[in-house]
Design a protein. Structure first.
Lengths: 499, 156
């Protein structure tokens, strides 16, 4: 492990990679700050830039964008009560009231310190958990992997879209359908190509991500007539107040951070959960922990109420890397985008990643510490200036997003067909978004589709066509049991609400 | 009886799944693979049946929460324009080249969305694209196909 850490440090501390972390944090903060544009869009827009990079550098950049975007989301939550990402909704409960009381600077400082602490503590957990889990996951066989992917897709559908389980499951199926276009990986038989040679190699992952996130976000903003910059008119960006915290505020923060870090990390590791659930649970847990006087302050600018979700959402970001790096199975839409990018680099994450590509495995973990320090340095003094991004008019923002989307595909294939296909998927995705059909399950299913088919094929061939493989191994049965529990819970809660 | 848009989308999804199933049966597998426990048809067949089941379930179950869309605020005109201009951009980018087509696409998009600050519109189109090309092509060594600039001898 020490050797791995040193390899990781060497890679992460190279000038190029430090620059990438800085760039990732900076652009992530800016994009995450814009209401409606979350980490998935931010990472999708960065993919074309990583084409010429080493895999480790590309992943370091994307990881920087990820936690930068989560922090950026909290800034817009605090300043204008418009969370840039769902994971920062809970931040606005107490952050925005603090800003309204003239303590926006303090609220931003609490968010910055909490994010730093949450991210750093959970990166330490990741340092120890990832190699151990990698060893455990070597015992996983094809049926376990297949069951785990089914669990991941079910969990993302259940948790990422509250009350929309069936809609989310339909999106999963749509993602799997898109993943089956092109040559079958084993027999090379072409499927669903309609004799179009452009579809023989399948639909590119970058194309689907750009279409369903970057491009359809842009079209949705225009269609709904939303202007993210309009909200910034309500605040005076130059008068954020002091960022210095007094002793009482520091003590309150110090109490909230450790427990929220642990909770955030554990939730982040679970498939489908992620930053949003972590932040809400941390907020709820903190409310139960504090005394009656503090409890009354919740929702009115409580330090505990702001520090807890901010710590938890950043801790969950690091936690979500555990299943990606150790099992090769992303637990969320954002890490699914990263998996897709890694596969594009020819890297297959999984239990053997830390043996076959130690520089990637360890440098990503090491870069998280550097990223957290950079975020803190970047955010505290520069936030009044960065917050001006909130005033970017949509007239400039939307064409630039469309430009980055088209360029991403153009650079990849130099092919008109891919651009038209992307526009077509984006139009359908915009229509589906309008009616609350969630996109993260579609992306996760698209990324996992090939792996799922591969593992189902192996399992069925080993068991000679019998579905007994689903309960023959205790591990598979347990994972499948969890999946059934999630589906049952969804059915139960839907009937409970109807009553 | 009124049927919600959500349910209409589910019905469309059912039709899509049924069409997908039909296409699945058109897949020509090798004769020795026809009766194998798993062939190129197996996974898509499962997906198609699950898709049909889910969409029927959504249509059959009573509506839990009705998601209301305020059609009055939807700006179809601008959205349609952006889609059309992006299609045109996608069409000409290979012929005209990256620099000119992208700069014009950005400039006209800003204009149509109501922007009239000409200096900013210019800066964020032609010089911005030139800078982007320099970053990608010049610094990051990412190949950018631009026949026009190649003819003019600006890029190699």
């Amino acid at each position: 492990m020490i050797e791995g850490i040193l390899i990781g440090l060497e890679t992460a501390l190279s000038i190029k990679n430090i620059l990438m972390v800085m760039m990732g944090c900076f652009f992530g903060t800016i994009i995450g700050m814009l209401p409606g544009l979350g980490p998935m869009t931010a990472i999708a827009l960065m993919i074309p830039i990583t084409y010429g990079f080493e895999p480790a550098t590309g992943l370091i950049l994307m990881a920087g964008v990820y936690y930068g975007a989560v922090f950026g989301g909290s800034t817009s939550s605090i300043l204008i009560n418009a969370p840039g990402v769902p994971g920062t909704v809970a931040t606005s409960f107490d952050g925005y009231p603090m800003a309204q009381q003239g303590k926006a600077g303090k609220a931003l400082a609490i968010a910055a310190y909490s994010s730093f602490a949450g991210g750093t503590i959970s990166a330490i957990f990741l340092l120890f958990a990832a190699p151990s889990l990698s060893k455990v996951s070597l015992a996983f066989r094809s049926p376990d992997y297949f069951a785990l992917m089914v669990l991941g897709l079910t969990a993302v559908s259940a948790f990422s879209s509250k009350g929309q389980f069936l809609k989310a499951m339909m999106m999963v199926i749509l993602g799997l359908m898109l993943a089956t276009v092109g040559q079958d990986s084993l027999s090379d038989i072409t499927r669903f190509t309609f004799n179009n040679i452009n579809l023989t190699d399948g639909i590119s992952f970058v194309l689907v991500v750009m279409a369903t996130f970057a491009m359809s976000e842009a079209l949705t903003i225009i269609l709904k007539g939303k202007d993210p910059s309009r909200a910034s008119e309500r605040i005076s960006l130059s008068q954020l107040g002091s960022i210095k915290l007094d002793k009482d505020e520091r003590n309150k923060m110090l109490k909230s951070i450790p427990r929220s870090s642990v909770l955030g990390f554990l939730i982040g590791v679970l498939p489908g959960a992620g930053a949003t659930i972590a932040s809400f649970l941390a907020y709820g847990m903190e409310r139960n922990y504090v005394n009656e006087d503090e409890k009354k302050k919740f929702g009115k600018g409580s330090v505990h109420g702001l520090a807890a979700p901010e710590t938890a959402n950043n801790a969950a970001c690091s936690g979500s890397f555990v299943p990606l790096l150790t099992l090769g199975i992303p637990g969320s839409g954002t890490t699914a985008v990263m998996l897709g990018a890694l596969l594009g680099f020819g890297i297959q994450p999984g239990p053997r990643l830390y043996m076959t590509n130690p520089e990637i495995f360890w440098s990503v973990i090491m870069s998280m510490y550097i990223g957290m320090v950079i975020l803190l340095i970047l955010n505290l003094p520069l936030i009044p200036y960065i917050a001006r991004v909130l005033a970017t008019p949509k007239n400039f923002l939307i064409p630039l997003i469309l430009f980055f989307s088209v360029t991403g595909i153009y650079l990849m294939s130099f092919n008109n067909f891919d651009i038209f296909l992307m526009i077509g998927i984006a139009v359908v995705a915009t229509f589906l978004r309008l009616y609350n059909f969630p996109m993260p399950p579609l992306i996760l299913a698209f990324v996992l589709g090939g792996l799922m088919e591969e593992n189902l094929r192996r399992s069925l061939l080993i068991s000679n066509g019998s579905f007994n493989f689903l309960w023959d191994r205790p591990l598979t049965a347990v994972i499948l049991g969890l999946t059934i529990s999630i589906i049952s819970w969804q059915i139960y809660s839907s009937f409970k609400k109807k009553k | 009886m009124r049927i919600s848009i959500d349910k209409i989308i589910s019905l469309l999804f059912f039709i899509l799944s049924a069409f997908y199933l039909h296409q699945t049966y058109q897949i020509q597998v090798f004769s020795f693979d026809e009766n194998a426990p798993f062939n190129a048809k197996t996974f898509p067949t499962f997906i198609a049946y699950i898709g049909m089941f889910l969409s029927i379930l959504y249509v059959a179950l009573p509506e839990r929460t009705s998601y209301k869309v305020d059609y009055k605020v939807l700006d179809y005109k601008s959205t349609l324009f952006l889609v059309i201009i992006t299609v045109i951009y996608g069409f000409v980018i290979l012929k005209v080249g990256f620099f000119l087509s992208t700069s014009l696409f950005l400039f006209f998009s800003y204009y149509f969305l109501g922007e009239r600050r000409w200096v900013w519109m210019f800066v964020l189109s032609f010089p911005f694209v030139a800078l982007f090309m320099f970053l990608l092509h010049g610094l990051l060594d990412v190949y950018l196909r631009d026949p026009l600039l190649k003819i003019l001898g600006i890029i190699g």
